[in-house]
Design a protein around this ligand. Sequence first.
Ligand SMILES: Cc1cc2nc3c(=O)[nH]c(=O)nc-3n(C[C@H](O)[C@H](O)[C@H](O)COP(=O)(O)OP(=O)(O)OC[C@H]3O[C@@H](n4cnc5c(N)ncnc54)[C@H](O)[C@@H]3O)c2cc1C
Length: 297
Amino acid sequence: MRVGDFYRPGGFGLSIEIFPPKTENGEQALQQTLDRLAKFQPAFISCTYGAGGTTRDQTLRWCQEIQDRCGVPATAHFTCVGSTREELLAWLDRASNAGVGNIMALRGDPPQGEKTFQAVDGGLKYANELVELIRAHHPDMGIGVAGYPEKHLECVDAATDLINLKRKVDAGADAVFTQLFYENENFFRFRDEYERIGITVPLVAGIMPITSFARIQRITAMCGAIFPKALSKRLEAVQDDADAQFEIGVGHAIQQCQELIDQGVPGIHLYVLNKSDACERILGELNWQPAEAKFAG
Ligand SMILES: Cc1cc2nc3c(=O)[nH]c(=O)nc-3n(C[C@H](O)[C@H](O)[C@H](O)COP(=O)(O)OP(=O)(O)OC[C@H]3O[C@@H](n4cnc5c(N)ncnc54)[C@H](O)[C@@H]3O)c2cc1C
């Protein structure tokens, strides 16, 4: 099934994102996490492509593990960073031969310390070019792309960023997955504009449950997501208490998801950072019914 097909009317597209671990312990822990996540029968589990293209092989290996171990379709993230067109095409052929039928097509971030993204000679500059390349050479592949409810860090304004998002959809993307956000209002405003400029593919909300205040501060600073002051204050008050941070963070994610579901989002993409506990809690509280792919309410 192509990425866009997971968002059928009457059902709900639940997807989960993991990343390739760097250590043997991390690998074992992720295998256990996958076993626990598999029982939710998500539409797919995606695996990221390391910054700078550092996990080219690992991304595909984990996608195979997701499919073989969990029996769940995998989506491989893929970036333009550090690769020529020929190298990008060679990797896509490998993904296709490995049975991976869905790609999250991304530009990638500039290397650490650099503010602007430079394409390598013979490489691609923007994600819309990657979508075009995939469509031209693998017309049957499903393609997801990134969207930014609070604007991409490098873009001058939200309207321009949205026009650039539309280029990716016009090039053939099947669905848009948002950057993590903590204020639903920002997502709803973005969705209105998204529809207004004529983007019609499913818009899937990206949610990263907060399980550690320190970690989430680093992540939001890096990706430019807005961290609400009131939530920050509550977490600051318990900065020496890991359990309390988990309770506040996961409670916020449950509220966010409930409102998003009530407001008709076609799917939620959970950034779980290779752990299952927050995801289990959220899906349990929201009464997720795996066999029917919907929330019982
Ligand atoms: C769901 C999701 C998954 C992600 N997974 C990964 C991952 O696995 N690995 C990883 O390294 N990173 C990942 N990222 C981060 C992503 O690589 C960065 O946010 C990156 O800085 C931008 O990627 P993009 O695909 O959105 O780029 P683009 O869509 O190319 O946009 C980049 C910037 O250029 C502008 N722009 C786009 N097209 C044009 C154009 N044609 N002309 C002029 N300006 C343009 C945009 O407005 C934006 O400011 C992910 C992000 C999300 C939301």
